[in-house]
Design a protein around this ligand. Sequence first.
Ligand SMILES: [Zn+2]
Length: 613
Amino acid sequence: MRPTLPIAVVSLLASVASAQGTPQQNDVDGSLLIRNVRLFDGERVTPTTSVLVMNGRITRVAPTISAPARTPVVDGSGKTLLPGLIDSHTHTWGTALRDAAALGVTTVLDMFTEPTTAADFRKLDGTPAGRETADFRSAGVLVTAPKGHGTEYGMAIPTITSPGEARAFVDARIAEGSDYIKIVYDDGHTYGIKFATIDKPTMKAVVDAAHARQKLAVVHIGDLAGARDAIDVGANGLVHLFVDSMPDASFARLVAARKAFVIPTLSVLESVSWGEGGRAVAKDPKLAPYIPAANVQTLEQTFPKRSSNPPRELAFAMETVRQLRAAGVPILAGTDAPNPGTAHGASMHRELELLVKAGLTPVEALRAATSVPARTFSLTDRGRIAPGLRADLVLVNGDPTADILATRDITGVWKRGVEIRRDAYREEVAKTAAQTASGTFPVPSGSESGEVSDFDAGQPTVKFGSGWFVTTDQLAGGKSVAAIKIVSGGANGTPGALEIAGTLDAGLPFGWSGVMFAAGQTAMAPVNLSSKKELRFFAKAEEGRPYAIMMFTRSKGQMPAIQRFTASGDWKEVVMPIASFAGTDAHDLMGIAFVASGTPGPFRLVIDDVRLR
Ligand SMILES: [Zn+2]
């Protein structure tokens, strides 16, 4: 029997229904009603209510709402509804946006990636291709000195040395699409590395130039002194805290007085301080089914244990968060994924846990991942659950406003009212894990001809696999550096080739420096290339010095099989049987690295027409 509704309620429902229409059927903007749910709306908690979403937008929040025709209804009893989480510090490529969305992060604020990749990611939201991916904003290329932090990843990036260049430099970033300006002010000493850095007047000029263009200026710092300088020149926010020293209360007072915000990135500082947080995340039974094997590998790493003075204590950053909170400074949750010890999506839940350990209440930690970053970065259409806003939503079992670990018990994620297909994602993760366990790996699509790269299109593109990445012994605590770029004048009169230039440092007995071809869909994901018998490529180099190919296979773990080759001033084809790499048949190939090894010093190697036959 249907209950009889009072006339006023009936007419109200009718007007709501006609204003909203009936749900459209598409994959971009969805509709649903979530009933009887505890609501954290981005600011505060309502014990029981209902939320109606029509065509991608939240339209009503009220204790009782009737479902319009053809609108799916979700029972929220025993559950809590949160705004989609915002990770305020990531670096984004490959599958990052999908990994993030599967674990409730529906918006990522990237703090340095390659600008054409960023442009592609920005276009995804609201398209069928962006159905499963987090929405994206990015600083694009960061602002750093020649040989500064940010130049060590091998991507050739513009750099800056003086205040006079700031205007043009910032304008060039904005022309590339940068949503905000990220500055590096860090000489690396906290981490036992030597980087060049811009000076304080240059930092100030860049901050001023960003503000003249109505862009936020945020700063990567490595220590307390750098943090003070950044706030002093008027930066809007810090994208890290520091682990070198314990501040006194004057630091938090300074940050508060200048109305700056802070993204502490405790997750990555924990890894910098050699903590085990990443491993704990990878092992969490609530998260693990949604963490791809490649991301598990990253989570299980920490930063290298280089000698360092000052010490690195996560406790310093935790205490600083406590002081900043007490001073009323806005705190934003960011992970710095995918640095060692972190992963897209998964580490957001660790960051929330660490913020609570640092003294935020669970509600404050949830604000740091929702309404606070939305307000700070002027994302006015999200970060809260209120009529008119995007229906980016996370539904979890239990009550994360009382126990922050409950954010991990996700039962549903919606972006623009469309449910992320977490079951399909989980099945893919399980399949890849099973392949990894059994040693049977997929043949990469596009690998039939065996051609990897001809470097003729102006970019280091690949016919299969995930691309070319700089690899150096910094992974093992060394200090070698390398950078790659496309140069003209390839082998056999072709237009382009890949130059790998750098310095092999003498610090490690088995150091290396060069470039790696990652054969799988993500870095170090194994693939089956057992149909190929030879590696062939052209090489040339000005210095007469030894080079080597390092072949990484799953069965050999971290230990590559190595074959040496020499290169001279003229192009020469190098042919190596795959079996010559410790007898491998490439059924579990992860990557092939082209490196300088053996003799320390500078090098410049050019390769072209890389293929497996
Ligand atoms: Zn970062």
